[in-house]
Write a protein that binds this ligand. Structure first.
Ligand SMILES: C[S@@+](CC[C@H](N)C(=O)[O-])C[C@H]1O[C@@H](n2cnc3c(N)ncnc32)[C@H](O)[C@@H]1O
Length: 249
């Protein structure tokens, strides 16, 4: 009984936030599939990771707001989810999710579980050996409410994204991954620091203050971690206000 009352309160609070949230309204007005687009937009504004011509992988892409934003940036457009024109010729955007995703022009979508070998193989086949400039991961497990179990599942997904980035990024490439503050967070920061030269935690304004989510941004593979992209170095992403030397969380 008590649990029911609490969950009703939580639902009411969520509904109130959703209806009054300026990012929800903005997403509706600008044609984004969710307000999540503005989290990635803020990260991109600060770290200047995206530009036309890049190869980008979007992990945990459904319903598709990040893919919509990525597509515009790769096409050289500033804003608006459904503007005219397509991806520029050389840009590649591959998205993956457990769930189906409505098609987006210029996005190659793969449905699969990133924890499974089959999904990894499908991603690699789609990449066809091309080194990746930016990997973004907004993957989050379905929350059970058991904090330790949820944190472990989240860490598992982030570590897999980190392994993928390490193996497929160009030397100057970048990984943006959603993480939860709490159990396992500092270990993830350490894992990022073992792989990347620059590691920054970033909580976008569009991420609700009471949400435990935050994002880790890793830029530039450390020498020993330079993987598939080693042979074909491209222009390094400019590190914005946040970037200089070694970083700390
Ligand atoms: C917060 S949503 C992503 C929202 C998305 N970035 C957007 O802008 O629309 C998290 C997504 O992660 C996906 N996900 C969770 N675990 C996954 C897994 N093991 N493999 C692939 N996708 C996963 C979920 O299905 C869900 O769609």
């Amino acid at each position: 009984m008590k649990i029911k009352t609490r969950s009703r309160k939580v639902n009411k609070a969520w509904l109130h936030d959703h209806v009054t949230d300026p990012y929800v309204r903005r997403a509706q007005a600008e044609g984004y599939r969710s307000r999540a687009a503005y989290k990635l937009a803020e990260i991109d504004e600060v770290f200047r990771l995206l530009r036309p011509g890049q190869v980008v992988v979007d992990l945990g892409s459904a319903p598709g707001a990040w893919s919509q934003y990525l597509r515009q940036r790769l096409a050289g457009r500033a804003a608006g989810a459904d503007g005219a024109g397509g991806q520029s010729a050389e840009s590649v955007l591959i998205a993956l999710d457990l769930l189906p995703m409505e098609p987006i022009e210029g996005v190659s979508f793969l449905q699969g579980d990133f924890r499974e070998e089959a999904a990894l193989k499908a991603l690699q086949a789609e990449l066809g050996g091309r080194p990746v400039d930016v990997v973004v991961s907004d993957m989050a497990p379905n929350l059970s409410g058991v904090a330790a179990a949820d944190a472990a599942r989240m860490s598992d997904l982030v570590e897999l994204a980190l392994d993928f980035a390490q193996a497929h990024l160009r030397p100057e490439g970048a990984l943006v991954a959603k993480v939860f503050h709490g159990s396992g967070y500092s270990q993830l920061v350490e894992a990022f620091k073992r792989v990347f030269r620059v590691v920054k935690p970033f909580k976008p304004k569009a991420s609700r203050a009471r949400s435990a989510e935050t994002f880790l941004v890793g830029i530039g593979l450390k020498e020993r971690d330079v993987g598939a992209g080693h042979a074909q170095a491209g222009a390094p992403p400019a590190v914005g206000t946040a970037g200089s030397a070694e970083s700390a969380a």
